[in-house]
Design a protein. Structure first.
Lengths: 191, 359
C-alpha cells in the first residue's frame, strides 16, 4: 500500500519537475537568452552561412532577415504563437517575438535568440484571437503583468521553441539525410 | 531491497515520462481546433425600483440573472478556415438574435430564427494579403459587441443597441500594408437575420482600417441598403501606454427607404489599468434620435437626446472577471424614464454586478 501511494506521488510530481523554461538563461543585460555554440568539423564559413540562410527559408519562411554589416552572419526577427499550456482544448493565448543572431566561423557557428516580448491575444467579434494592440510585455517583466501559472507556461513554450529551433538548425547544417522508412511489402506469389 | 528497487524504478519512470511529455509541446504545424467562449451572470438594480434604461442586455431588474453560454469553434488548415459560434440564454437568444421560438420577441417573425448562431462563416486566404469570407457574421459596425468577454462595460451603449448585430453576406478584404486594409462586401437586405427577408442581397458594406501610429487603429465603416438604411461609423482605439487606453465611437444612421429620420451619437471610452488585476473605465455617450418617422429600437423619441455616463471596473482573476458598474442616463425631455412613483423623469440610475468567465 505504501509503495502504491509513493509510486502515485512520483508519477504525479514527475509531470511538473522538468520545465522547458530551464533552457533559457539570463545574459549580461538580465534578458532571457537561448545561446548555443556548435562545432562543425570540415565546413567552411561560407558553406555554413549558405546553409544557415537556406535553413531559415525552408523552416521559418516568415522570419524577417535584417541587414548585417558583414555578409558572414545572420540577424533576424521572428515570432511564434503561444497556446499557454497543454490543455486539450486550447487557443492562442498570445505571440512571442524574438531576435535571432547566427554567427559563423570556419568549422563552427553560434546562435542566440533573445529579446522575447509577449503580446497577449483576445477574441474579436468574429471569433478569432488577435493581438491586443499596445500590450507588449518583455518576458523578463511578465510576472508583474500575468499570473505565475501563465508566465511559467509562456517561458516553457519559449524554451521549447528555442530547443526545437536549435535542433533543426543543427540537423540542417550537418545535412543529415532523413532516414528512409522501410516499407514492408508482402510477397503474394510464393506461399 | 525489492521494495526499494521498485520505488526507484517508479521515480525514474516518472522523470522520464515528464521530460517526454514536455518535449511534445508543439510549436509549429497546423493550428489546433479552437474551442473558446464565455458564460456570464449578473445582478442589476435600477434605483427607481423598476427597469428604466432600455439598452441591450442586463434587462432583468432586482434579479440575479443570466446572460448566456457562448461557445465558439474555429479551425484553420492551410488557407481555409471556419468559425462557428453558438449562444444559449437570454443574451445569446432573443436579446441578440432573431429567435423563432420566442413569440414575445419584439422582432419575432414566424419561421425566422438564427438557430442560436452568432457566427457561422468560412474564410479563404487567396494570398497573404487577400481574404474572402462568406456566411453569417458579427457586424463590422460599432465599438461594442455581443460577447461580454469582449466588452469592457457590462451594459451597452445606445449606439450598439440601435445598430446592427449581425450581417449575413460575402466580403473581400485586402491588406495593403500593416497600416492600411480595405474590406468591401455585399450583405442581405436586413440586419441580424441569417436569411434575406425580401429575396435581396442589396446592402453594401465597407470598412477601411488604418493604423496611423503604432497601437492606434481606426475603422471607418459604412453599411448602406434600401431596407437596412445607411450607417456611417467611426470606431477607434488607442493604447496610449500599456496602462491607458482611449476608445471612441461615432455613428450616424439614416432610416431605410420609405422612412425618415435615424440616429447619431458619439461615445468615449477611457480605461486605466491601475494594477495587474484591476482596470477602471468610463463610458460617456451622447445619443440623439433624429426627427422623422423612424423610431429607435431603444432610446429617446424622435427629436430627443440622451446622455449616459457609466463607470465600470474589471477585476480579473485568471479567466474570471468581476464587473461592478454604475450608470447614470439623463434625457433631454422628461419622458424617457419613470421614477419610483411611476412619474416621468429625465434621469435613471442603475447598478450592475456581473461575473464573466471566458475560456
Amino acid at each position: 500500500m505504501k509503495i502504491t501511494i509513493v509510486a502515485l506521488i512520483c508519477i504525479l510530481f514527475g509531470k511538473v519537475t522538468f520545465a522547458q523554461q530551464d533552457l533559457l538563461s539570463f545574459d549580461e543585460h538580465n534578458k532571457y537568452i537561448y545561446y548555443q555554440v556548435a562545432d562543425v568539423p570540415g565546413l567552411s564559413v561560407d558553406t555554413l552561412h549558405t546553409r544557415g540562410i537556406n535553413f531559415l527559408k525552408a523552416y521559418y519562411p516568415k522570419i524577417k532577415l535584417k541587414p548585417v554589416a558583414d555578409g558572414k552572419n545572420i540577424a533576424a526577427e521572428g515570432k511564434f504563437l503561444s497556446y499557454g499550456g497543454t490543455s486539450v482544448l486550447k487557443h492562442e493565448k498570445g505571440e512571442v517575438t524574438f531576435t535571432l543572431n547566427i554567427e559563423f566561423k570556419d568549422q563552427k557557428y553560434r546562435f542566440w535568440l533573445t529579446d522575447f516580448v509577449f503580446t497577449p491575444y483576445q477574441r474579436d467579434r468574429y471569433g478569432n484571437f488577435v493581438p491586443q494592440q499596445g500590450i507588449d510585455i518583455p518576458l523578463e517583466n511578465a510576472a508583474s503583468k500575468f499570473e505565475k501559472k501563465d508566465v511559467d507556461a509562456y517561458l516553457d513554450e519559449t524554451g521549447a521553441f528555442c530547443k526545437q529551433f536549435g535542433d533543426r538548425l543543427k540537423q540542417f547544417i550537418l545535412n543529415v539525410p532523413k532516414k528512409e522508412e522501410v516499407v514492408k511489402k508482402v510477397v503474394t506469389d510464393k506461399w | 531491497m525489492n521494495k526499494k528497487l521498485l520505488l526507484l524504478i517508479f521515480a525514474v519512470s516518472a522523470f522520464c515520462l515528464s521530460s517526454q511529455a514536455q518535449d511534445t509541446i508543439k510549436t509549429t504545424g497546423d493550428a489546433p481546433l479552437v474551442l473558446s467562449g464565455s458564460v456570464d451572470t449578473y445582478f442589476k438594480t435600477d434605483f427607481s425600483g423598476h427597469g428604466n434604461i432600455p439598452t441591450s442586455f442586463a434587462n432583468e431588474n432586482s434579479s440575479i440573472s443570466i446572460g448566456m453560454i457562448d461557445l465558439g469553434l474555429k479551425k484553420s488548415v492551410g488557407k481555409a478556415s471556419f468559425v462557428g459560434e453558438l449562444s444559449f440564454g437570454p443574451r445569446g437568444q432573443e436579446q441578440s438574435l432573431p429567435d423563432g421560438s420566442n413569440k414575445a420577441d419584439p422582432i419575432y417573425t414566424p419561421g425566422v430564427s438564427s438557430y442560436h448562431i452568432q457566427n457561422l462563416y468560412v474564410s479563404y486566404n487567396v494570398t497573404d494579403k487577400f481574404n474572402l469570407t462568406g456566411g453569417y457574421m458579427s457586424t463590422f459596425i460599432g465599438y461594442e459587441v455581443i460577447s461580454p468577454a469582449a466588452n469592457f462595460n457590462y451594459s451597452t451603449s445606445y449606439l450598439f443597441t440601435n445598430g446592427p448585430f449581425q450581417n449575413a453576406g460575402f466580403k473581400a478584404t485586402y491588406t495593403f500594408s500593416d497600416k492600411v486594409s480595405l474590406m468591401a462586401g455585399i450583405f442581405n437586405d436586413y440586419w441580424n437575420t441569417y436569411q434575406s427577408l425580401g429575396g435581396r442581397v442589396n446592402t453594401f458594406g465597407a470598412q477601411l482600417t488604418v493604423t496611423p501610429v503604432k497601437n492606434w487603429t481606426a475603422y471607418l465603416n459604412v453599411a448602406a441598403g434600401p431596407q437596412s438604411g445607411t450607417e456611417f461609423d467611426l470606431t477607434t482605439a488607442y493604447q496610449i501606454t500599456t496602462a491607458f487606453k482611449l476608445g471612441l465611437n461615432y455613428a450616424d444612421f439614416s432610416a431605410p427607404t420609405g422612412l425618415s429620420g435615424g440616429f447619431s451619437g458619439v461615445a468615449l471610452y477611457p480605461q486605466l489599468a491601475v494594477s495587474k488585476v484591476v482596470t477602471l473605465g468610463l463610458r460617456g455617450e451622447y445619443f440623439t434620435t433624429k426627427t422623422g418617422t423612424w423610431t429607435t429600437t431603444a432610446g429617446p423619441a424622435p427629436g430627443d437626446s440622451v446622455t449616459g455616463l457609466t463607470a465600470t471596473a474589471n477585476i480579473k482573476t485568471g479567466p474570471l472577471t468581476l464587473i461592478p458598474e454604475i450608470r447614470l442616463d439623463n434625457s433631454s425631455k422628461n419622458t424617457m424614464f419613470t421614477d419610483g412613483g411611476g412619474l416621468p423623469t429625465s434621469s435613471a440610475t442603475q447598478f450592475v454586478l456581473a461575473a464573466v468567465y471566458a475560456f
